[in-house]
Design a protein around this ligand. Structure first.
Ligand code: NSP
Length: 211
């Protein structure tokens, strides 16, 4: 079994918890209060900018052209996701400038940037893969029951193109990382921080201007 498959399987408990998280089920059935979604979009835009920077650090620390190009392609995928957030912001009056990160957002972005800055690209992949694989899993899991105003969110992550990006990062992980305790810890920690991010969004908090 590949390392990425093993790590994903080892966090099946957290993936199942995410699929049943009230924030996520509220997105699927459309009952999530609009201000919670707006708060999430603002926090997520902040998160995605940090995620893009972590990919850029991956580019900087790449030791071969194939790795450099893979990180650059993945970075372009974040740009597309951020444009989607710009669309939500324009439609729903969310101010994405000057977002104050919540503790959950800060914990996740600081973890990602600290891991990527240290320069072990295998560990960087381990810290970044859950973000992609978990959301592909959520999109595919939710699409049969998704209805209501957040359908576009579900469709974005259910899109095969998104699963392809997740697979690109997993292939990089399999090529560059060994199953060391540090790699396993980074993957698991990122999965925990994903759940923490949904907890934070569900509780609310963080500033959302322009509403
Ligand atoms: C917190 C979080 N995790 C994952 C994704 C999907 N790239 C996201 N947009 N935000």
């Amino acid at each position: 079994m590949s390392l990425s498959a093993e790590l994903w399987g080892g966090s099946a408990d957290l993936a199942a918890a995410a699929l049943e998280h009230p924030f996520v089920t509220g997105i699927a059935d459309g009952t999530l209060p609009r201000e919670r979604f707006a708060g999430y979009v603002a926090q997520d835009a902040f998160f995605l900018e940090a995620f893009a920077r972590a990919y850029a650090l991956g580019v900087a620390h790449s030791r071969d052209r194939a790795t450099l190009e893979a990180f650059a392609d993945l970075l372009a995928g974040v740009r597309d996701e951020l444009r989607l957030h710009d669309g939500y912001a324009a439609r729903w009056g969310i101010d994405l400038a000057g977002v104050e990160p919540t503790p959950a957002t800060s914990a996740y972005t600081e973890f990602l940037l600290a891991t990527a800055a240290l320069g072990d690209v295998g560990e960087t992949c381990a810290a970044m893969t859950p973000c992609m694989r978990l959301y592909a899993h959520l999109g595919q899991g939710l699409v049969p029951r998704a209805t209501g105003p957040y359908r576009e969110w579900v469709d974005t992550y259910a899109d095969p193109a998104f699963a392809e990006l997740a697979a690109t990062l997993e292939a990089l992980l399999d090529r560059l990382a060994a199953g060391t305790p540090a790699v396993r810890r980074a993957y698991r920690r990122a999965m925990e921080l994903e759940l923490g991010f949904f907890d934070g969004a569900w509780r609310g908090g963080g500033s959302v201007g322009g509403q």
